[in-house]
Design a protein around this ligand. Structure first.
Ligand code: C5P
Length: 242
């Protein structure tokens, strides 16, 4: 088959994906953003979709266990992701910027409740696939490598002890101006892990072909260096590095 004929009859191969999964507070978000900027890729923060759905449910008076109503809401979620002038994420839900509001611990907890419902996960799947655009995507979540993008070019599973993650989250929340209690955060993180790991659908677990990185004793720069070592092994990703 000539190269030209092949281009005409073969569907184009989908944009490459790097999947970064792991529990809450493992540093996935920071690594995903840094990596996306080095590769020039788009970013999917899939947790924000579950957080947005939980907030939309609150706005519309829908209970967090009302699976049928949440499924409808998820299918019609009126949301736009943009970048503000300072590079920060702007997330517009039904006309209102909620980027800060959805980051609260309360919304994290509510997100993990709606995320356990199979109809909700199914309704958000297509929306997540739509983020896969050229030149590529770094997708951060719990099931990026196992369910949403099982054909990802690289799968990283980032983890750390609950205590280390709670402490990081504590510092982040204080920096963002939220008040927080460290012991309460350890309890919340354990409860959220428990729910995410033990749910029957798309549970939090490394894909069989994921590289597991424990960041308990690593700074973010060290984690990034290890991720880059993995990127260097994959030619289609290595050639995108800026
Ligand atoms: O990552 P983040 O803390 O924003 O996610 C909030 C919650 O959304 C998680 O605790 C998890 O229950 C859910 N989630 C999920 N699958 C994803 C991303 C997040 O179930 N891919």
């Amino acid at each position: 088959m000539s190269a030209e004929f092949e281009r005409m009859v073969m569907p184009p191969s989908p944009a490459p994906v790097v999947a970064i999964d792991g529990p809450s507070g493992s540093g996935k978000g920071t690594i995903a953003h840094r990596l996306a900027s080095l590769l020039g890729f788009h970013v999917l923060d899939s947790g924000s979709l579950y957080r947005l759905l939980a907030l939309a449910a609150q706005h519309h008076g829908v209970g967090l266990d009302n699976e049928a109503a949440l499924q409808v809401l998820a299918g019609h979620l009126d949301v736009q992701f943009r970048q503000g002038p300072d590079g920060d994420a702007v997330i517009i839900l039904e006309g209102e910027d909620v980027a800060t509001e959805i980051r609260s611990e309360e919304m994290g907890k509510a997100a993990s409740l709606v995320a356990a419902l199979p109809a909700v996960r199914a309704a958000l799947l297509q929306r997540q696939h739509e983020f896969r655009e050229e030149p590529g995507l770094v997708a951060d979540g719990r099931d990026m490598g196992t369910v949403v993008f099982p054909d990802a070019s690289l799968k990283i599973f980032l983890t750390a002890t609950a205590e280390a993650r709670a402490e990081r989250r504590y510092r982040q929340l204080l920096e963002k101006g939220f008040s927080a209690s460290l012991p309460a955060l350890v309890d919340d993180i354990r409860a959220r892990d428990e729910r995410d790991i033990n749910r029957p659908i798309a549970p939090l677990k490394p894909a069989d072909d994921a590289i597991v990185l424990d960041s308990t004793r690593l700074g973010i720069d060290e984690v990034m260096a290890r991720v880059l070592r993995e990127i260097e092994q994959i030619p289609e990703l290595k050639r995108r590095l800026k």
